[in-house]
Design a protein around this ligand. Structure first.
Ligand code: FE2
Length: 189
């Protein structure tokens, strides 16, 4: 995770920062907020997270618009470099809870732990949610080369590419507006 953030922020090319932050990391953040928004039993928690998501969804939308205008102008080689970054970043995100060092420290073979993690329902659900948010954006900005498609096929998430990226982000805004109505405030424009 740290490597991913450092890579994104340290690269001098602006679009890598957008790609890392707005597409991958804010995608991850949205999944975390969504869990609270949709499943918390506390209304205030749900409401606050709906508003945070509304804001984050705007950031993702901003990154998406900037990148989808820029990427068609790149050469094939330049685009491949971005796809490489997406492939690496997607692997990092998928594996972020594997924590091999932790298992080793407490005396469990990381290989055994990994087998359990890959089978655990919570983990599978998390990965599905995560990539259902990231994959539509990646496809939409045009980083849909062979390597990216191969990776997402391996992850079993390629079909999320058919989702409409804008609808998804609009939906987060609508949910927040719904909370506005519930608490009797007028919805924001
Ligand atoms: Fe943000």
């Amino acid at each position: 995770m740290q490597t991913l953030i450092e890579q994104a922020l340290n690269d001098r090319r602006w679009d890598f920062t957008y790609l890392g932050m707005q597409v991958l990391i804010e995608g991850l953040a949205l999944v975390a907020f969504q869990r609270i928004r949709d499943y918390s039993k506390n209304t205030l928690c749900r409401q606050v997270n709906a508003y945070v998501m509304q804001d984050e969804a705007r950031h993702v939308a901003f990154g998406r618009l900037a990148l989808r205008d820029y990427y068609p102008q790149l050469t094939d080689a330049e685009r491949r470099e971005r796809e490489e970054f997406i492939v690496e970043g997607s692997r990092h995100l998928r594996d972020r809870f594997n924590s091999p060092e932790m298992w080793e420290t407490i005396g469990i073979d990381p290989k055994d732990a990994l087998q359990e993690i890959n089978r655990s329902e919570g983990q599978l659900r998390f990965r599905k949610r995560l990539f259902s948010r990231i994959v539509p954006i990646v496809k939409d900005i045009g980083l849909w080369g062979e390597r990216v498609q191969k990776l997402y096929t391996e992850f079993g998430v390629l079909h999320y590419g058919d989702r409409n990226a804008q609808d998804m982000l609009d939906h987060d805004a609508q949910v927040a507006e719904e909370f506005d109505r519930l608490v009797g405030k007028s919805p924001k424009a």
